[in-house]
Design a binder for this molecule. Structure first.
Ligand SMILES: Cc1cc2nc3c(=O)[nH]c(=O)nc-3n(C[C@H](O)[C@H](O)[C@H](O)COP(=O)(O)OP(=O)(O)OC[C@H]3O[C@@H](n4cnc5c(N)ncnc54)[C@H](O)[C@@H]3O)c2cc1C
Length: 811
């Protein structure tokens, strides 16, 4: 009995020390004190006492850096160096891009919530707000998406002009060069509003404000290049595009074969040293109308005209599109959103050396430039466009589900339809939270590369799910194309966002965790740097310190994961009380389990983890879900914690944390080393999988918030273009929904009269006539119900066309 007491005491002390991440010295002192207490009060035999003493002395010796370095770390150091996965220059550059933010906290297993909570809420400047409420709304008002997508396959000239006149292409260009100099948050909110109206317009506006000539010039251009190009890009006199992709090279962009050879040639009548370029690119947005082409190519200098190097590698240059040898102008036809996109080829195009962005000192640094800018850009354009389309879809679907009746009930009342509506609303809440909070972090100086990849993947995937659910709820109304269809083009164009800026399968399987593992892990990157240190002894000393901290961190994560799993995280410290407290606590729990499993995966698989894409994808999913759940909590806080929105917060967090749990399960089921998997399962799921997904009841609560005119519904779609005007079906749906509320008591009277047998007619117009005739409704009331019925039929109706109206006209 006494032995059990001492054993429990020892395990308790060990768990407490590890849980609280106590340092090695303090832990040694505490364990030494425990040993003394045991010697005094315990009754272990002398052999047992001697064993404990030896164990304690070994632990104590680890406190002496030189002893532990020479006897333990030196051997491990050699082994580690031999196991270190090779890393290409391009991979290295990708890893160095951007900063580590909340993603890094989740990797620690003990996230510091103060860091997230201290981020200010999203705020626009007065100028940005005025632009959102003014020119952005005005541009939305000008748009006729049917004309754009069906009749013209382009924006009409007055829309192009409006965009240029109001500098929509210049949101990221500083004022000193004639641009608007808007924050990433403003950029995101403007794009989301445009996207709620037209995918063609948001894609067209998104590209010049994303990775492209302006962005590259701003960060790497010489002052002369900035002065030359930026004011003309800001005014819309120059239209940019950026060409990286070519027929043989898509995702594996660094394998590009387009080339530039340094040579002498004639430029403006003079012989100069320049570059002779050959390229064949495709899928290039804005290329058909571009006046300046940002080109990625490999630079060679066989004659050593600019230096000693022969092969410089990927380089970025700005090429005016009217030079001899350039083929540009033909169009591709992107599905659902026919924005300007096309191929371009160049044959022996000669440009001077100052076409290289940043001049010759930036030769060969093109890939680094691109990944550094993508580190931020991926959080903005595509996630915002996906969000805009999704919030418009949920806003419209909520109204439609109230107006459209089957079996004498609004279809939103059927639980099956409600399930889709709740999922749409929850997904939009998560997308909004992720976009707003991450863009605010960027506006405040972060450059979060891994969260950018998370947003790119998850916002576009949730956008895909929302588009699909919206189509299901609308039935035939979503399928019949025409001016009255506000969903189908968004649905059709979903694959575009999925494919561009890193196709989603690649982003999930390779990028999110692949980059996160090394960038965000508190020790791995530093350990790798130490192992690669050419000064072996200095590297060993650094490695030793890191290794022992890393070991302590691993033990701590194991203890934290186990304790929080056993207690269902009830006692972990979080900075909030109230209804969201448990979600914070569960994020703490899963963060510890995540940190533990990451170390186990890296330790047992090493470089092979890179090739085990499905394991890497699941680890990336866990990181993503924890990141998104944290964004939801922060967004709720930023919105002033309105209690009516709690169902959405609960749905979002429950869904994300449930998926986290399931991905842990999938990971453990597929973990190659079954012994390690069994041990991990003990530390992660000692009580099994206890977390549940959202209940049906919660889903129904959300449906009521979305199919009725509520503040939650308005907040959820606050970034959508909702003006009530002819041609804006979304505004008209909202108006009809509000009228539906007003006529509800009148319809109820007709319904009751029918049940009582006082009204016999079957069809609705005749029922209204009969109700008026029999005095059940006054003439004014009857007219109100009639008007609503006509409006409802109109708004839920679809277009039809003369037989030859849909035939394409040639010429
Ligand atoms: C509408 C549109 C606009 C575009 N605009 C531009 C532009 O302005 N400028 C520009 O340079 N490019 C542009 N692109 C190109 C875009 O960036 C590429 O389409 C993208 O990089 C994917 O290349 P790919 O289409 O050749 O697909 P592929 O590379 O052939 O990939 C096919 C599939 O394989 C997957 N895959 C590939 N490698 C891996 C891997 N290692 N692990 C897991 N999965 C993998 C991908 O995820 C994808 O699902 C545009 C494309 C489209 C469709």
């Amino acid at each position: 009995m006494e032995t059990v007491f001492w054993l429990v005491l020892l395990i308790g002390v060990l768990l407490t020390l590890a849980y609280r991440r106590t340092d090695l010295r303090t832990s040694t002192i505490v364990l030494g004190a425990l040993l003394v207490v045991y010697w005094i009060f315990g009754d272990g035999g002398s052999l047992w006492n001697a064993l404990l003493l030896v164990a304690f002395l070994l632990l104590a010796l680890l406190n002496f850096e030189s002893i532990r370095r020479d006897n333990v770390t030196r051997r491990l150091f050699g082994l580690y160096r031999s196991m270190l996965p090779s890393m290409s220059k391009t991979e290295q550059e990708a890893l160095e891009a951007g900063s580590v933010w909340w993603d890094g906290e989740l990797f620690t297993g003990m996230p510091d919530w103060r860091r997230l909570k201290s981020l200010p809420p999203p705020t626009l400047t007065a100028e940005e707000q005025a632009f959102l409420d003014g020119p952005t709304e005005e541009l939305c008002r000008l748009l006729d998406d049917w004309q754009i997508t069906h009749e013209l396959a382009d924006m009409p000239p007055h829309v192009w002009q409006f965009i240029k006149d109001h500098k929509f292409f210049a949101m990221i260009i500083p004022k000193e060069y004639g641009g608007l100099q808007f924050s990433p948050l403003a950029n995101s909110m403007i794009l989301a509003k445009l996207s709620s109206r037209s995918a063609v317009v948001s894609s067209t506006v998104g590209v010049p404000n994303s990775l492209g000539p302006a962005e590259l010039l701003l960060h790497y251009g010489t002052e002369e290049q900035k002065q030359r190009w930026l004011p003309r890009l800001a005014s819309g006199d120059e239209i940019p595009c950026f060409a990286l992709t070519s027929p043989r090279v898509g995702s594996d962009a660094t394998a590009l074969v387009d080339n530039g050879v340094v040579c002498k040639g004639t430029w403006e009548g003079q012989e100069v040293v320049g570059i002779r370029l050959n390229w064949d690119k495709r899928y290039i947005t804005l290329a058909p109308i571009a006046t300046v082409l940002g080109l990625a190519f490999k630079l060679y200098d066989p004659e050593h005209l600019i230096g000693d190097v022969e092969e410089y590698g990927i380089t970025a240059a700005l090429i005016p599109t009217d030079l001899p040898g350039i083929e540009i102008g033909r169009r591709h036809f992107p599905v659902g959103a026919p924005f300007q996109n096309g191929p371009t080829r160049g044959r022996d195009v000669f440009v001077p050396l100052d076409a290289i962005i940043g001049g010759t000192k930036m030769a060969g640094l093109g890939w680094r430039m691109l990944v550094q800018q993508l580190a931020v850009g991926r959080s903005i354009v595509l996630p915002s466009n996906a969000l805009g389309a999704a919030s418009a879809a949920v806003y419209a679907t909520g109204a439609y589900a109230k107006l459209r009746r089957q079996f004498n009930l609004p279809i939103g009342k059927f639980h099956g339809v409600g399930e889709a509506i709740a999922r749409m609303a929850g997904n939009v809440y998560i997308m909004t939270a992720a976009s707003r909070v991450t863009c605010t972090a960027i506006t405040n100086g972060e450059k979060p590369a891994v969260p950018s990849a998370i947003l790119k993947y998850h916002n576009t995937e949730m956008g895909r799910q929302v588009a699909s659910d919206a189509m299901d709820v609308h039935g035939g109304k979503g399928i019949m194309l025409g001016p009255k269809n506000y969903l189908a083009r968004g649905y059709e164009s979903v694959p575009i966002a999925i494919t561009v800026e890193g196709a989603n399968i690649l982003t999930r399987n390779l990028i999110i965790f692949g980059q996160g593992a090394i960038r965000c892990h508190p020790f791995v990157r530093a350990e790798m740097d130490a192992a690669r240190d050419p000064d072996r002894e200095a590297g060993l000393a650094a490695f030793d310190r890191l290794l022992f901290k890393h070991l302590g961190y691993g033990l701590s994560n194991a203890a934290r994961s186990l304790v929080m799993a056993v207690t269902l995280a009830r006692f972990t410290d979080v900075p909030v009380g109230g209804p969201t407290r448990r979600y914070y606590q569960h994020i703490n729990r899963y963060s510890a389990s995540f940190a533990l499993i990451v170390d186990a995966a890296m330790f047992t698989l090493g470089g092979a983890l890179k090739r085990r894409e499905l394991l890497s994808a699941r680890l990336g999913d866990i990181l993503s879900y924890l990141y998104l759940a944290s964004m939801v909590l922060k967004h709720y806080q930023d919105q002033g914690e309105p209690p009516e929105d709690l169902p959405l917060v609960e749905w979002s967090c429950r869904t994300l944390l449930y998926k986290t749990q399931e991905q842990f399960h999938g990971l453990l089921r597929n973990f190659p080393n079954r012994w390690v998997a069994a041990v991990l399962r003990f530390f992660i799921f000692p009580r099994g999988r206890t977390y549940s997904s959202p209940s049906d009841e919660l889903g129904q609560e959300i449906v009521e918030l979305i199919i009725n005119p509520t503040p939650t519904r308005e907040r959820l779609a606050s970034g959508t273009y909702k003006a009530v005007e002819p041609g804006n079906q979304i505004g008209l749906l909202q108006e009809a929904m509000e009228i539906a509320e007003q006529v509800k008591p009148l319809e109820r009277r007709i319904f009751d009269a029918r049940r009582a047998g006082d009204i016999k007619a079957d069809d609705i117009p005749s029922q209204i006539d009969e109700a008026e005739k029999k005095g059940i409704l006054t003439p004014a009331e009857a007219e109100a119900v009639r008007a609503f019925d006509r409006r409802m039929l109109d708004i839920t109706g679809v277009d039809d066309f003369a037989p030859d109206a849909l035939r394409r006209q040639s010429g």
